[in-house]
Design a protein around this ligand. Structure first.
Ligand code: PEP
Length: 255
């Protein structure tokens, strides 16, 4: 199977709780202007909710796609402070990050809620970027693979045929925002393992079509080596996505 046909590279910038609307518009405009022609990958911007509309307007009719950083699993109702999939579709979002470790750690997100959200996202024609990854303690105690396997299985429980529509982001918690990146070998080992887990859930053929991004202090200096690994299909970028030039330089380093 020609996996490149299915696993088009995907680079997504997670802006987290940063950027006012005008700052977000500036950042999106500069990225749009500086992005090299003919770069053969999906580029996704995930601004905070407040800037989704404005950034969506900037990237309208370009090949840059819009993503959100979270959503509720219900489609409407009395959930003060929440945002639903229909609202994201209304703003032309294509992607939604689900189960980011910061949501798991600070907001009590669990594999069960992630699973509910993934199902709603797929039913609403949003592509979920499902985040998994172990903490430093878990890695050091030798349980990283068990943890990641459970997160993958439980977050994607009951999806079966729809699994081909999702993106997984392997983000070791110890590498997020710390400047400490997983080595290409550590990342590849876990990505290959995640693909094995997926394969046991949906079969080898579908597992080979699922994109798995790496996230955790990815930057222009280390992106190409990480992305040269056979099971690494993209990057979820935090800090290096907040500056247009580092985000674009990272993308250019992959050409
Ligand atoms: C992230 O939060 O998804 C992330 C990968 O952050 P950073 O690139 O800053 O480590």
């Amino acid at each position: 199977m020609d996996v490149n046909k299915f696993r088009r590279k995907i680079i997504a910038g997670n802006w987290k709780m940063n950027k006012t609307v005008s700052e977000a518009v500036d950042l999106a405009n500069t990225i749009k202007r500086e992005l090299p022609d003919g770069c053969d990958m999906d580029v996704v911007l995930c601004p905070p909710y407040t800037a989704l509309k404005a950034v969506g307007d900037v990237i309208l009719n370009t090949r840059i796609k819009l993503g959100a950083q979270n959503m509720h699993w219900e489609n409407y109702g009395a959930f003060t402070g929440e945002i639903c999939a229909t609202m994201l579709r209304d703003l032309y979002c294509h992607y939604v990050i689900l189960g980011h470790s910061e949501r798991r750690i600070y907001f009590g997100e669990t594999d069960r809620t992630v699973n509910q959200k993934v199902k709603t996202a797929i039913n609403s024609h949003l592509t979920p970027i499902v985040c998994v990854g172990e903490t430093l303690d878990q890695r050091e105690s030798g349980s990283a693979k068990d943890i990641v396997s459970t997160q993958v299985r439980e977050s994607l429980d009951g999806l079966n045929v729809d699994l081909g529509k999702i993106v997984i982001a392997y983000e070791p918690v110890w590498a997020i925002g710390t400047g400490r990146t997983a080595t290409p070998q550590q990342a590849q080992e876990m990505h290959a393992f995640i693909r094995e887990v997926l394969s046991s859930m949906v079969g080898e053929e579908i597992a080979q079509t699922i994109r798995i991004q790496y996230g955790g202090s990815m930057k222009p200096a280390n992106a190409a080596e990480l992305m040269s690994q056979p099971d690494i299909d993209g990057g979820l970028i935090g800090g290096a996505a907040l500056e247009a030039l580092s985000f674009v330089e990272l993308i250019k380093s992959l050409k």
